[in-house]
Design a protein around this ligand. Structure first.
Ligand code: ADP
Ligand code: MG
Length: 352
C-alpha cells in the first residue's frame, strides 16, 4: 500500500452534509442529509483506487467534492500536499486543470447541440492558457485518435455516436487539459455490458500511456476489481473497508463487504454451492437519519449492543494485525476478527 509520501491526492475527514429545510419564506433547517460522513483515503500517482457501494452511499458526492463541483462541509483534500478544498480564484483554477472528471451518463453529460470538436475543446475555453487558439483543433483531433475515434468525426454531433463512443468523447474531454488525476464516476454503468470492457480497457491503456491516477467509482464490485490497485468499500457516507484487490476480494473482513461479495454471481455452480450466501435484511437507512454507532449495524448479522453505542474506526483489527497476512487491512467493524457472531436466542441484535 502506498505511503503518504508518494500520495498525489489525500482525503481526510471528508464530510458533506446537505441541509434539510422546511418552509419557503423562513427556510428553517430541520436536519441534514449526511451524504458523506467522514471519508479518508489516499491515492498515489499512477494508481487506481476503486470505490464501491450501493446507490445512495455517497460516491458521486465524493466525486463532486474531489473535482470542486462542490465544497466540503468539513475535512481536507490534499493535492500534492496542499489542501485544495478551500482554494479560490487563480489557485483553484490551476488545480482544477489537474483533476478532471469523467461522468456516469454519456447520454446526458454531452451537450447535444455542440459538435464533438467543441465538446472536447471546451476545456480550452475555460483554461485558454492550456493551449494556443490556433493549436486547439489539432489537439482535439489527436484526442479523438487517442481514445480510438476517427479524427474525421470532429464535426459530428453526440447523437451520431453509440453509448460507448460517447463515453470515449467524455474521456477525450477529460484528457484535454492533461490532468494528473481522473475521477471516473461509474463511467461504464450506463453502457451495454458488451462495451463496458472496451471502455475499461481504454482507461487502462490511457493510464499507462499518460501516467494518470484514477479514482474509479462503481456500484459493481466485479468491474472495480479488474481495474483497481486498491479498493474502498462505502456504506452510508463512510468507507468501511479498504485494501488491495486480493485483500478485499479474497479476504474481506467487514460484514458488508462479505455480503456484497456473496451476491456477486459465480459462473461455476460448484463454487456457488460451496460458499455462504449472505442476504442482507432491510433497506439502507436514510442518510438524513443514520443509525447510532456503526452505520451498518441495522442490517448486520454480527451486530451486538456495542455496535449501537460505539462507532467502529477504520483500522486494521488488532488480532489480524498481530497475525499478519491478507486479512490485516483496515476494516471498520468491532467484530471483524470473529467468525459469525450469532446473537443468543431471544436477544435482539443491537437494540437502540
Ligand atoms: P451515490 O453516488 O453513491 O449513489 P450520492 O452521492 O449521489 O450517492 O448521494 C448520497 C446521498 O446524498 C443520497 O441520499 C442523495 O439523495 C443525497 N444527495 C446527493 N446530492 C444531494 C443534494 N444536492 N441535496 C440533498 N441531498 C443530496
Ligand atoms: Mg452516483
Amino acid at each position: 500500500m502506498p505511503g503518504t509520501a508518494e500520495a498525489i491526492l489525500e482525503v481526510s475527514g471528508l464530510v458533506k452534509h446537505y441541509p434539510l429545510t422546511r418552509g419557503i419564506v423562513f427556510r428553517k433547517q430541520v436536519g441534514a442529509v449526511k451524504a458523506v460522513d467522514g471519508v479518508d483515503f489516499s491515492l498515489a500517482a499512477g494508481e487506481t483506487l476503486g470505490i464501491v457501494g450501493e446507490s445512495g452511499c455517497g460516491k458521486s458526492t465524493v466525486a463532486r467534492l474531489l473535482v470542486h463541483l462542490e465544497r466540503p462541509t468539513a475535512g481536507a483534500i490534499r493535492y500534492r500536499g496542499e489542501d485544495i478544498s478551500r482554494l479560490s480564484g487563480r489557485a483553484l483554477k490551476a488545480v482544477r486543470r489537474d483533476i478532471q472528471m469523467v461522468f456516469q451518463d454519456p447520454y446526458t453529460s454531452l451537450n447535444p447541440r455542440m459538435t464533438v470538436g467543441d465538446i472536447i475543446g471546451e476545456p480550452y475555453e475555460i483554461h485558454p492558457e492550456a493551449a494556443p487558439k490556433g493549436d486547439r483543433r489539432r489537439r482535439v483531433r489527436e484526442l479523438l485518435d487517442v481514445v480510438g475515434l476517427n479524427p474525421e468525426y470532429i464535426n459530428r454531433y453526440p447523437h451520431q455516436f453509440s453509448g460507448g463512443q460517447r463515453q470515449r468523447i467524455g474521456i477525450a474531454r477529460g484528457l484535454a487539459l492533461r490532468p494528473r488525476v481522473i475521477v471516473a464516476d461509474e463511467p461504464v454503468s450506463a453502457l451495454d455490458v458488451s462495451v463496458q470492457a472496451q471502455v475499461v480497457n481504454l482507461l487502462e491503456r490511457l493510464q499507462s500511456e499518460f501516467g494518470l491516477a484514477y479514482v474509479f467509482i462503481a456500484h459493481d464490485l466485479s468491474i472495480v476489481r479488474h481495474i483497481s490497485d486498491r479498493v474502498g468499500v462505502m456504506y452510508l457516507g463512510r468507507i468501511v473497508e479498504t485494501g488491495t484487490d486480493t485483500e478485499i476480494y479474497e479476504h474481506p473482513t467487514h460484514p458488508y463487504t462479505q455480503a456484497l461479495l456473496s451476491a456477486v454471481p459465480v459462473p461455476d455452480p460448484g463454487a456457488r454451492d460451496r460458499r455462504d450466501r449472505i442476504i442482507l435484511s432491510g433497506d439502507v437507512p436514510s442518510p438524513a437519519d443514520p443509525p447510532s454507532g456503526c452505520p451498518f449495524r441495522t442490517r448486520c448479522w454480527k451486530a451486538q449492543v456495542r455496535c449501537a453505542t460505539e462507532v467502529p474506526r477504520l483500522a486494521v483489527p488488532e488480532e489480524f494485525a498481530r497475525r499478519g497476512g491478507p486479512a490485516a487491512h483496515p476494516s471498520a467493524c468491532h467484530f471483524a476478527a470473529e467468525r459469525r457472531v450469532v446473537p443468543p436466542a431471544g436477544e435482539p441484535p443491537a437494540a437502540g
